[in-house]
Write a protein that binds this ligand. Structure first.
Ligand code: ADP
Ligand code: MG
Length: 211
């Protein structure tokens, strides 16, 4: 039976599953960035998520907001590069939007994603269609907005599906941001590496909430 919301402990456990899922996907993320960029995305995300696991096991948290903020901070300070700043911003801004909330629920995932998406867009300057992580993140944020009245285990499934569909759609886009933009039409046919990470993050959240 899926969960209607997550308490503090469950939120920590969910973030651990997100981290281990990204770490396991390092080869896939490396390949994706090799096709379109410089091939460092998988190792960067792996390093970031190992820092997240270290941080989480060394900390006691007061509330769910702090769990996500610490996640973002650990990524920012360990990864470097474009995606350290951008994925760090995603979790830190998402976490900020949850200040004052006791549980992670459908309203929480909406608040998290709205703020995460706005933060990454203003930091990186990309929009939907540029073939970046935004192509998975923004549809996920829009889906969350439409399903705040569903229980969390339903809304997160739809959010994960929207992120996955956005990542798939990025295959048909010509990159206009980041390293891949120099490839022009040769960027067609491959999904964006950062969008692959976004799809894995929300798929693993859905897996935890539905287990
Ligand atoms: P780098 O580009 O420094 O090698 P990574 O390989 O870790 O960093 O991450 C590349 C990913 O970062 C891309 O696949 C894309 O999703 C994302 N990205 C790069 N630049 C931007 C940007 N300006 N806005 C949003 N996402 C971006
Ligand atoms: Mg790269």
């Amino acid at each position: 039976m899926g969960k209607e919301n997550l308490n503090l402990n469950e939120t920590v456990e969910m973030v651990k599953l997100v981290a281990s899922s990204i770490i396991e996907s390092e080869p896939l993320l490396t390949d994706a960035d090799r096709n379109l960029g410089d091939g460092d995305h998988g190792l960067g995300m792996e390093r970031g998520m190992n820092a997240v696991l270290d941080k989480i096991s060394d900390s006691t948290f007061e509330n769910i907001s702090d769990v996500f903020k610490a996640t973002g901070m650990a990524m920012m300070s360990s990864m470097g590069g474009a995606s350290g700043a951008l994925f760090g911003t995603l979790f830190r801004n998402g976490g900020k939007a949850l200040e004052g909330k006791e549980v992670f629920d459908s309203e929480g995932i909406r608040l998290f994603l709205e703020s995460a998406n706005e933060g990454v867009k203003s930091r990186g300057g990309a929009s939907v269609g540029d073939k970046t992580m935004i192509d998975a993140l923004e549809p996920a944020a829009e889906e969350a907005m439409n399903h705040t009245s569903l229980p969390l285990y339903e809304s997160i499934k739809l959010v994960a599906q929207a992120a996955e569909a956005g990542k798939e759609k990025s295959k048909d886009m010509i990159a206009t941001m980041g390293r891949a933009k120099t490839l022009g039409e040769r960027s067609l046919g491959h999904p964006d590496a950062g969008a692959c990470s976004i799809a894995i993050i929300f798929e693993s959240m859905s897996k935890f909430i539905n287990k």
